[in-house]
Design a protein around this ligand. Structure first.
Ligand code: DHB
Length: 395
């Protein structure tokens, strides 16, 4: 049995890109339907990064989506860089005219956006598995999907693939029409969540001869920590004792020690940089991780995804209000300007802070010198601060 439905915009994916887009479109009076392959519970509990750029927080406030964030997020004025046993506080607020680091886990953002979308009467289908995207080069587009074994079709004017790096959206663009750029890193991250009090008042990014470590937080009693590891490591290679020994070693500084606690979540995260510059093909648009991936150092992924859909929502507004397609033609170029800056920044933070097993002795010293420069130069810190908290929009 085939059930057909219709909307102006069909959105594949209920991640940051898809959900922010649905909200922005709703505010502009444009109808959308979200199809998400996972269950609502899975979307709302998958652990991702937790740092929001300053303008994303302001956007959430403007949209009335920041009520819980205001209560539960952690706002820091800066971050700490560590090399060997030396720590240096970077006063990011002072360097950016008062912008703050906001720590609020991505799945908490998604919970808030899903609840608000449902309260607005928004249509969202979970466990909806896309089987094909049709008509993207024709006059009408359609998304075929199955839900609970039943085949459905969503007819729409345009399709936005906000379905992540592994989703089917990007692959609907013929391979010969896609320009893609990528870089894999010869290291990964092990991320953990544990029950423990905070050990330091702000994030610590540490470069150690054995590899990178990052201390961040989720609440007064839950901490998030990351360790550079081998991308081939099975999770079993990291029992609790090895995790704590590694963290104590890489974050060590005289007179301080990390407070340990029960680890209740652990996963290995690959590091890659990827850009698909072909972000539009006929009636199909790519947004977020479907079009680009950054390594997690600096937590730019969500921020870049939201920036894409902010641009895309305006393009749809111009089209529906004035039959003006300029925004469609300029979408990729406008989004890519910001994306490549995010790619550069994430690559730069990553190479400066990690121990790359494939780097030459010369490159190793250059990366150490880069960090030493940032630790001691206000000019370098101002550049880091501007990129870290989110480059401003031109408009
Ligand atoms: C977090 C993750 C990051 O990759 C980062 O750079 C900062 C914070 C986090 O999970 O809190």
């Amino acid at each position: 049995m085939v059930g057909a439905m219709r909307s102006q915009i069909g959105i594949v994916g209920a991640g940051p890109a898809g959900l922010f887009l649905a909200h922005l479109l709703h505010r502009a009076g444009i109808a959308s339907v979200i199809l998400e392959t996972r269950s609502r519970a899975a979307v709302e509990s998958t652990i991702r990064a937790g740092m929001l750029g300053d303008w994303v927080v302001r956007l959430m406030r403007d949209m009335g989506l920041a009520e819980r964030l205001e209560r539960e997020a952690h706002f820091h004025d800066g971050v700490t860089l560590q090399v060997g046993e030396t720590r240096q506080h970077l006063d990011l607020a002072g360097l950016t005219g008062g912008k703050q680091v906001t720590i609020y886990a991505q799945h908490e953002v998604l919970k808030d956006l899903i609840a608000a979308r449902l309260a607005d009467g928004g249509e969202m289908h979970f466990e909806a598995h896309v089987t094909s995207l049709d008509g993207i080069e024709a006059d009408r587009a359609a998304i075929h999907f199955t839900q609970a074994g039943v085949a459905h079709r969503l007819d729409c004017d345009f399709i936005v693939a906000a379905d992540g790096f592994h989703g089917p959206g990007r692959l609907a663009i013929p391979a010969e029409a896609r320009s893609e750029y990528h870089k894999d890193y010869p290291f990964a991250w092990l991320g953990i969540l544990c029950h423990a009090p905070r050990s330091w008042p702000e994030l610590i990014y540490a470069r150690h001869e054995d590899g990178f470590a990052l201390l961040t937080t989720r609440s007064d009693s839950i901490q998030r920590l990351y360790i550079q590891c081998d991308p081939g490591d099975p999770i079993e290679a990291w029992p609790d004792a090895r995790i704590w020994d590694t963290l104590q070693c890489r974050l060590a500084t005289p007179g301080w020690s990390l407070t340990e606690g029960a680890i209740f979540q652990r996963s290995i995260i690959p590091l890659r940089s990827f850009v698909c510059e072909t972000m539009r093909h006929g009636r199909l648009f790519l947004a977020g991780d479907a079009a680009h991936i950054v390594p997690p150092t600096g937590a730019k992924g969500l921020n870049l995804a939201v920036a894409d859909v902010r641009i895309l929502a305006r393009a749809f507004e111009r089209f529906y209000a004035h039959a003006d397609t300029t925004g469609f033609e300029t979408y990729a170029a406008t989004a890519l300007g910001r994306i490549w800056k995010g790619e550069r920044f994430s690559w730069w933070m990553t190479t400066m802070l990690h121990r790359d097993p494939s780097e030459t002795a010369f490159e190793h010293r250059i990366h150490a010198a880069e960090l030493a420069y940032v630790m001691n130069s206000t000019a370098a810190q101002a550049a880091l601060a501007e990129n870290y908290l989110g480059l401003p929009f031109a408009d």
